[in-house]
Design a protein around this ligand. Structure first.
Ligand SMILES: [Ca+2]
Length: 299
């Protein structure tokens, strides 16, 4: 059943928008329009129907989805969510922002979070110089990327003890694990596939929506053979084929928050999948709620 968040909410921070907030509505609208306002046919590019001359046939385009709320849970509205995974009943969250740039301490972190209450049960803070990014769980260890330091950290998933690090050439944004390979994003239209043991780059693929590169690929989650990806600064989640990079579907997540809540958050970011319970969770940066959703195809 649908469950609406309670009405009483506590504002995060009153006053002006923070420096890191981006023009969400403009970018989202532009992207949506670029994907839905084109009249050209994806088959022949002419907008005149299929190549065999059939008339009256509409281009199929990328399948669209919206969502149905199944559950709403509290989420730390001070968490600048950059990575989210669910494993064995435990929600792990990686948060970002750099202490050096914001003059706030302890804002990039790795956390163990109780799903139902949003309570942070365990937390490891990153050094002030690092901006925490995506996380993935591989063989009992959590890998956490950083934004611009070309450095990721390996932690024991239970103790959060630091066990090592990995390096990479690109920016670090999202990370997920498909059971065989790590899949990483860097804010471009690329997905990078890496060896989970060595972090060696194995291959990469460009994400294309109806033939056009889809940039700003952000937080990732491997869900039943597909890569789900937040598209930074939009309310869209792309469903991506990891084999071809093709966008198989676009999920419009707008409407999760009230207008008052929306004014106090950053952007939608964070997807976690409970493979055992077949549950899909989403949240965002400074979001006061974490949502369990199911997808609803749009005609
Ligand atoms: Ca994730």
């Amino acid at each position: 059943m649908d469950k609406q968040p309670p009405i009483s909410r506590v504002p995060l921070t009153p006053g002006r928008s923070p420096w890191y907030r981006r023009p969400l509505i403009l970018v989202s609208t532009t992207l949506l329009c670029s994907l839905s306002c084109s009249s050209s046919d994806p088959v022949d590019g002419s907008g005149n129907g299929s190549p065999n001359g059939d008339s009256g046939e509409q281009p199929q385009g990328t399948p669209r989805f919206t969502y149905r709320l199944l559950n709403v849970y509290p989420h730390d509205s001070k968490a600048f969510t950059q990575g989210l995974i669910f494993d064995n009943g435990v929600l792990y969250e990686g948060t970002g922002l750099s202490a050096l740039s914001t003059r706030l301490q302890g804002i990039s972190s790795l956390r163990r979070v109780e799903l139902e209450t949003g309570e942070v049960l365990q937390q490891r803070l990153l050094d002030d110089r690092y901006f925490g990014e995506g996380i993935a769980l591989v063989s009992g260890r959590i890998i956490q990327l950083t934004l611009n330091s070309n450095l990721g950290f390996l932690y024991d998933k239970d103790s959060f003890a630091l066990q090592g690090d990995v390096t990479y050439e690109t920016a670090g944004w999202g990370l997920t694990f498909d059971g065989n390979r790590l899949i990483m994003s860097d804010g471009t239209a690329n997905l990078y596939f890496r060896d989970p043991a060595t972090f060696e780059l194995l291959s990469q693929v460009e994400v294309l929506v109806e033939g056009t590169p889809l940039h700003n690929i952000n937080e990732l989650e491997f869900v039943k053979g597909e890569v789900f990806a937040n598209i930074w600064s939009t309310d869209l989640i792309a469903r991506i084929s990891p084999d071809t990079g093709e966008v198989l579907g676009l999920i419009d997540m707008s409407g999760l928050l009230t207008s008052r809540e929306q004014a106090r958050v950053d952007v939608l970011n964070g997807i976690a999948y409970d493979a055992v319970g077949d549950r899909l969770f989403v949240t965002g940066k400074f979001y006061p709620w974490l949502f369990e959703i199911e997808l609803v195809p749009q005609p």
